[in-house]
Design a binder for this molecule. Structure first.
Ligand code: EPZ
Length: 436
């Protein structure tokens, strides 16, 4: 047993958020773009790169594998992978970032072989990569599973061909990375249509690739021999934007969310309107206002352009205080309601049955000590704390830092009474906790 230092976010809730907030570059686009830089020996300059830990980890992995990584300014990096090591990518590098699985497609596309340790799991349920593997095999790769969870792929030549990825974002991205330098034409059927899939296609085409149809169900890729470098700015983060929109509505605030692409936010805006908030769209901003108590609504998460699963926890928090009964159906992941047990600690009335949660809205949540189980669940705890009466302490905030740059600073800029603080807590030790 010992004392440990824990960093927590403290929120004194009940203040409507007011003002404007700027959204950063899209985490899930940037992670794919970083893998894409492996496909060229020339320098790529990437702009609108958010300062979040998932990006730092991916930059570290590239650097450890031989890439030259030069920070140009706070939001721009230059990367050159000319002397990239095509050897094994060990678990100690891949364990912290699921997007490291994109190294499979990028290494296969560049070198014709890859040996990458499976990334770690997370709290959303089992996250296999069978669709990725099937895509690589359709392109002519021989895939073997070695000890230490190493996936080894070998191919004399990557041959373009037909693949089905069942709307998996990761599989769509990974097959694109493997196919852009294949010989022949690759057709990806049932492709994911998320904005970050389109962003990767645009980046690859800026490097001289020939990717058509991104954003539709069918992506056609004519393989090219070489890719050159490029300068490319990542799209704004659809989920960071949606998170601030939900926070504005949950606190009955008035917030201009800037540096967004409104079209990427349509499903989120539609649900906020259904809940009684107003959403006014501008070229690169949305204004969210919610003066009264929100109304209930039902949500079913779907692949883009449906309601994004990465916004489900944030709306779970928002609907916990809405008038009436809401039903949340999570159709993408197996286990994305663990955060509900933390909302119960704040007085929410929710019941979860498998992939469906029924939320009886309450007038008021009360501040409590809660924890973040994953990145978006952490954001949900912050939203609940902002709207609750009293003080909420959120722990395990490293999850939040994976996808939100300076969330405390941005919320303080909107008038929230929020701070990060180190606290000393008595750690009874894992065994005792488990025994409890
Ligand atoms: C990406 O994960 C995102 N991560 C996730 O965002 C996001 O929730 C998810 O897409 C859905 O939009 C990154 O982009 C780094 P999937 P990914 O492949 O690629 C199953 C966040 O908070 N599946 O579309 O793993 C899978 O288990 C994170 O930013 C297979 O069965 O998502 C899941 O149930 C969380 N076999 C469903 O498909 C496979 O080979 C969707 O997964 C691949 C996926």
């Amino acid at each position: 047993m010992r004392w440990m230092n824990l960093e927590k976010i403290f929120i004194n809730g009940g203040t409507p958020l007011r003002g404007e907030v700027f959204v950063g570059g899209a985490k899930n686009a940037v992670l794919a773009l970083l893998a894409g830089t492996i496909l060229t020996k020339s320098t790529c300059r990437l702009e609108n790169i958010p300062n979040i830990s998932d990006v730092s980890i991916m930059l570290h992995i590239l650097h450890q594998l031989g890439a030259e990584v030069r920070r140009v300014d706070k939001y721009a990096v230059e990367i050159n992978t000319k002397y990239f090591d095509s050897g094994e990518v060990p678990y100690e590098l891949t364990r912290h970032c699921r997007a490291s699985c994109y190294l499979l497609g990028a290494l296969l596309g560049r070198f014709g072989h890859a040996r990458v340790a499976m990334p770690g799991g997370c709290d959303l349920g089992i996250r296999p990569i069978d669709l990725h593997i099937r895509g690589f095999e359709m392109l002519g790769a021989t895939v073997t599973f070695e000890k230490n969870a190493i996936i080894s792929m070998q191919s004399e030549q990557i041959l373009g061909g037909p693949t089905h990825v069942e709307y998996s974002v990761g599989a769509t991205i990974n097959v694109m990375l493997a196919a852009v330098r294949a010989s022949g034409v690759t057709v990806i059927e049932n492709a994911a249509k998320e904005p970050h899939v389109v962003d990767l296609a645009n980046f690859l085409n800026s490097c001289g690739a020939d990717v058509r149809g991104a954003g539709t169900d069918v992506i056609k890729i004519h393989g090219v021999k070489e890719l050159h470098g490029c300068e490319y700015a990542a799209i704004p983060d659809q989920i960071e934007a949606g998170t601030f929109m939900a926070a504005a509505a949950a606190t009955r605030g008035h917030v201009l969310v800037r540096n967004v692409i409104p079209k990427h936010l349509e499903s989120i805006s539609a649900k906020l309107l259904e809940c009684g908030a107003t959403v006014e769209e501008f070229d690169d901003a949305v204004l969210v206002c919610a003066p009264t108590r929100l109304q209930r609504c039902n949500i079913k998460t779907m692949p883009h352009p449906g309601f994004p699963t990465d916004m489900q926890p944030q709306f779970g928090a928002l609907l916990a205080m809405a008038q009436g009964t809401s039903i949340l159906s999570e159709s993408v992941f197996d286990n994305r309601f663990r955060y509900m047990e933390q909302l119960l600690r704040m007085g929410a009335q929710v019941k979860v049955d498998g992939k469906v949660a029924v939320i009886e809205g309450v007038e008021q949540l009360s501040g409590a000590q809660v924890k973040a189980y994953d990145l978006r669940a952490g954001a949900a705890m912050v939203i609940a704390g902002l709207a609750a009466q009293g003080v909420t302490e959120v722990e395990s905030i490293a999850y939040i830092d994976r996808g939100y740059e300076d969330i405390v600073g941005k919320l303080r800029g909107l008038g929230a009474d929020v701070a990060r603080r180190d606290v000393k807590e008595y750690d009874v030790g894992e065994d005792a906790r488990l025994a409890g």
